[in-house]
Design a protein around this ligand. Structure first.
Ligand code: ASP
Ligand code: MG
Length: 415
């Protein structure tokens, strides 16, 4: 008997009918002779709706502890509903909150890290022959004895961490697209479903805009050797296996996939004194405000530019202006897009950067910044140019194919 951990995203659980459809899928896995542990996200847009409710009763964002108490209720609803549906279908099931399932985290509300998983209760319930539902995205801090959340999209990480702790045979992540594709099928109709992808490529894609998996969950899976199987909850199609490089070698071409991202803003500061210590101060001010930067570039003329998350751009600009740093101007561009070409063989393929540049040149698209790593080349361009650039690159690198991907719920999660 295998042990399967299944995770269902909010878009797979949008309505009572969808909850029932998911319950039937869980039953099918159970009837096939498996032990099943399920991690479900909150139904549909519940998490956003709960945040809206909080905003209607308070002008400030509210105490982080209480926000976490509020948000964790979303996952408890969907998991309890699934357990009710499963019981009605004749399969004993038991839903557990994150802390009942032994998910322990750091004390940081809203962005807690899983530090330990002790799934004693989960095992007990499995031994009793029950299907176990675990509320995703949440845990308990042993330091504060308070309930925490793992950050948006955190149920992926809950599922992978549980799969690791339980030594499950596979962690199936169900979503509203067929699996991991060569580009976002919403903007590239010829995007092809990947049968397999290695952890490294997947991590680069997830960290650079492909929303199909949360980056932290991929990192966790890689460290703990958890095989992830990304599948659609709307079909029985085979989906994508995320696993080690050895096992994916079969499919290796130079470029694996293209990710894009519309969640960054570009900050440009002019007149920063030309000394490493001055530049360090800029980044220190931002780090103290807990703002991550990416794609930094420095020009000879004293301009410094870098990206931050769009949501944090106003705060970033405010803390820089309020600091005692010396500079001339500070501009914030909220309309940039980022394109990342990902592939394990990129470094050994000298033509990629040239092809990239030629493609942008042919489209008359201006690239502002470029950064490269062993596995990725990222560029910034105007957000309006993003879609046609991704489509063109997808074609130039011949990533399309026969098996085209479908988007089901259109929730905006998917890729
Ligand atoms: N419900 C939470 C969110 O919307 C967690 C998750 O979906 O994984 O971010
Ligand atoms: Mg959700």
């Amino acid at each position: 008997m295998a042990l399967v951990v299944q995770k269902y995203g909010g878009s797979s659980l949008g309505t009572a009918e969808r909850v029932l459809a998911v319950a039937r899928r869980i039953v099918a896995t159970r009837v096939a002779g498996n032990d099943v542990v399920v991690v479900a996200s909150a139904m549909g847009d519940t998490t956003d709706e709960l945040l809206d409710l909080a905003a209607r009763v308070s002008r400030s964002p509210g105490p982080a502890r209480e926000l976490d108490m509020l948000l964790t209720s979303g996952e408890r609803i969907s998991n309890a509903l699934l357990a009710i549906a499963l019981t009605d279908l004749g399969h004993p099931a038991c839903s557990l909150s994150g802390w009942q399932a032994g998910v322990f985290t750091s004390p940081d509300h809203g962005r807690a890290q899983i530090v330990d998983v002790l799934p004693t209760r989960v095992r007990q319930e499995l031994d009793q022959g029950r299907i176990v539902m675990v509320a995703g995205f949440q845990g308990l801090s042993k330091d504060t004895d308070d309930v925490t959340t793992l950050g948006r999209g955190g149920s992926d990480t809950t599922a992978v961490a549980l799969a690791g702790a339980l030594r499950a045979d596979v962690c199936e992540i169900y979503t509203d697209v067929d699996g991991v594709c060569t580009a976002d099928p919403r903007i590239v109709p010829t995007a092809r479903l990947l049968e397999r992808i290695d952890y490294e490529d997947m991590l680069e894609l997830a960290a650079n805009g492909a929303k199909v998996l949360m980056p932290r969950s991929v990192e966790y899976a890689r460290r703990h050797g958890v095989v992830i199987h990304v599948r659609s909850s709307f079909t029985d199609d085979p989906g994508t296996l995320v696993t080690t490089r050895e096992e994916t070698r079969m499919e290796k071409s130079t470029v694996t996939a293209i990710a894009h991202d519309r969640t960054s803003a570009l900050l440009t500061i002019t007149g920063v004194p030309d000394h490493p210590a001055r530049i360090a101060q800029v980044f220190r001010v931002l780090a103290d405000a807990e703002i991550d930067i990416d794609m930094p570039t420095r020009s000879r003329t004293g301009d410094l530019s870098f990206t931050v998350s769009r949501a944090l751009a106003p705060t970033a600009a405010a803390v820089l202006r309020a600091s005692d740093l010396r500079f001339e101007t500070l501009t914030v561009d909220q309309t940039i897009g980022k394109i990342s070409i990902v592939g394990a063989a990129l470094r050994a393929a000298p033509g990629v950067a040239a092809t990239l540049w030629e493609t942008f040149a042919a489209l008359e698209i201006d690239i502002t910044t470029l950064s490269t790593s062993e596995l990725r080349i990222s560029t910034l361009c105007a957000e309006d140019d993003l879609d046609r650039a991704v489509r063109a690159l997808h074609e130039v690198f011949e990533l399309g194919g026969a098996g085209q991907a479908t988007v089901y719920a259109g929730s905006g999660r998917g890729w």
